[in-house]
Ligand binder design. Sequence first.
Ligand code: SF4
Ligand code: SF4
Length: 156
Amino acid sequence: MEKSEIIVVSKNRGEKGNYVKPFLKGLGFTLGNFFTKPITVQYPEEETKRSARWRGLHKLNVDEKGELKCVACGLCAAVCPSQAITVVACEEEGDHRRPEQFVLNELRCVFCGFCQEACPKGAISLTRAYDYVDYSREDFLFDISRLKAMGEKWDC
Ligand code: SF4
Ligand code: SF4
């Protein structure tokens, strides 16, 4: 024959002092939050807070004449651990090099920032843009015009 087991949950469960104190504590916490400023962000109308060190989508920078600073040296592509950058160089008169093709695959990118650090001309930077969405993989291949447009939109 099985022995019946009695489980004692709490000896003093019914006593008044045991639930009044936590109840008042909870009420105080709720009231405290009720009068504090809400932290809800009305995204996307409001920008969410990001660290100053945030690394987002890329941009190509231009000089004061509006020319690309990039000299197509390929250092960014060489240092990129994800092989996300393709640079095709083109030489113009006076030994001036420029990128004929510059494509950055944002889907491959791990946003390490190595390309920005390696660039000797300050031609490529990572912006604070993080909420880019699209429908096809091709839309994440940023070419020169898109990277330049990012530069016009983002100053950091
Ligand atoms: S941030 Fe890093 S992974 Fe992304 S393109 Fe630059 S070097 Fe490559
Ligand atoms: S972005 Fe900078 S590192 Fe990359 S190819 Fe251009 S000049 Fe070289």
